[in-house]
Design a protein around this ligand. Structure first.
Ligand code: FAD
Ligand code: UDP
Length: 389
């Protein structure tokens, strides 16, 4: 009788699931990751030259409105106060993002109050678009052409490598438009960054009796037979050996430079114009405002199509991807004894709090079914999350 579970991937999805299995079922769990470290894309480490905490796969700001998720992460780490206030370097000057009352007033040279600004933006929107079907239509309907072209068109084309008309409206819906002076990038109730970094946090989640972690270990499908159940958080197309083709992903890469003092004056500045080749610049020490560093690390971020061994970062979800995804969803549904969890395995644009929340919910259901003696080989693929949207 196989009693051991296998979790593939030591990011938030894998770590939260492994912890629940070990803690709630007293299970023995092997967690493997092909990288040489834990924490997946949230991996952080101190740069030896500057002592700045570097977010190796891009800056990660934790935010959530789920009290249980906030309590969960804070039970493993002390969070420092951080509010993301992004600035946009546009062809017309530097403004605050997300679009808020200050941005609107400064951009149009006005001094609107909230209701006037809302009415003004409504007047700019293209009312002939009744039911926006893509990113561009969503923008033109709700903010009009001038704001769209200055803040979104160039950045989105660089970030996704296609016309915004080919992208789902849901990508733009990530960003709010505010008719007050709140320039907090996120609308979540809770926000912060773990003082010792995400890797320390995730290592604490994984530090529990029954959990064994092996890094630099790649999953192959033959391993499946050795375990009672597999929880897979890698890319779903890779799991099936790309049998139905490769799902589209964008990858990002950075030019890193060391400077002294304050280089940007902010943690993040987005470059929205098509004439600038990069999308944004990050200065990592500003993500830890409670720390003092004379030296500073500056990362200039570029986006490109994924090829070869590039890390898949952003699921694109073009029409061709959705058709392919439907085939993978079918295959996943018939794959007994495997659950597909997290950003890559469900091919969705998920933030950390969403991955943690879903992993907590899913593992609670799995543990409860197991405790009550149900057969969990089928019905726990999590395939419903794969539905193309
Ligand atoms: P991952 O962290 O990707 O973990 C999956 C792991 O599986 C990886 O470590 C990988 O090595 C491993 N793996 C894959 N295949 C195999 C295999 N065959 N064998 C063994 N191991 C394998 N979210 C926020 O909330 N705030 C932010 O500010 C934010 N910024 C982001 C910036 C960027 C550039 C990106 C790309 C994402 C950002 N996110 C942010 C999202 C966040 O990174 C994800 O929500 C989170 O990492 C998802 O966790 P996960 O466990 O699903 O996946
Ligand atoms: N976006 C944009 N201009 C900006 C910031 C964002 O056009 O200055 C668009 C872009 O398409 C991006 C999407 O809005 O992919 C979501 O932005 P977010 O900041 O959430 O992206 P992430 O931090 O996940 O890369």
């Amino acid at each position: 009788m196989k009693s051991r579970y296998l979790v593939v991937g030591a990011g938030f999805g894998g770590a939260v699931t492994a912890r629940a299995l070990a803690q709630n079922l007293g299970a023995s769990v092997l967690v493997i990751d092909e990288r040489s470290h834990t924490a997946g894309n949230c991996h952080t480490e101190r740069d030896p030259a500057t002592n700045v905490m570097v977010h190796r796969y891009g800056p990660h700001i934790f935010h959530t409105s789920r009290q249980d998720v906030w309590d969960y992460v804070r039970s493993f780490a002390d969070f420092g106060p951080y509010t993301n206030r992004v600035k946009a370097h546009t062809p017309r000057g530097v403004y605050g993002l997300p679009l808020n009352l200050l941005t609107i007033n400064q951009f149009f040279g006005r001094s609107f109050r909230p209701r006037e600004a809302a009415a003004f933006l409504e007047s700019l929107g293209d009312k002939s678009i009744k039911d926006p079907q893509n990113f561009e239509e969503q923008a033109l309907r709700f903010i009009g052409r001038e704001l769209y072209e200055n803040f979104f068109y160039g950045y989105t084309k660089k970030q996704w490598g296609c016309e915004p008309t080919d992208l789902p409206a849901s990508i733009l819906k990530r960003l709010p438009v505010r008719f007050n002076y709140d320039d907090n990038y996120y609308g979540s109730i809770f926000q912060g960054i773990p003082r010792d970094g995400y890797t320390a946090l995730i290592d604490r989640i994984l530090d529990y009796e029954g959990i064994e972690v092996k890094v630099s270990t790649r999953f192959t499908r033959e391993m499946k037979d050795e375990f009672a159940h597999v929880f897979f958080t890698g890319p779903i197309d890779a799991y099936f050996g790309f049998a139905h083709g490769r799902l589209g992903y964008r990858t990002v890469f950075w030019d890193q430079q060391e400077e002294t003092g304050d280089f940007l004056g902010n943690a993040v500045i987005n470059y929205t114009g098509s004439d600038v080749p990069y999308t944004r610049i990050h200065e990592h020490k500003h993500f830890a405002p409670w720390e003092q560093h004379e030296k500073t690390l500056v990362f200039t971020e570029y986006s490109k199509a994924t090829e070869g061994n590039d890390i898949p970062y952003y699921p694109i979800r073009l029409e061709r991807d959705k058709a392919m995804l439907a085939q993978y969803a079918q295959a996943a549904g018939s794959e007994e004894g495997v659950s597909f969890l997290g950003r890559l395995a469900t091919y969705r644009y998920l933030d950390m709090h969403q991955v943690i929340g879903e992993s907590l919910d899913f593992s609670a259901e799995f543990c409860s079914a197991t405790t009550s003696g149900k057969d969990t080989r089928a019905g726990f693929s999590n395939v419903e999350k794969l539905a193309p949207a």
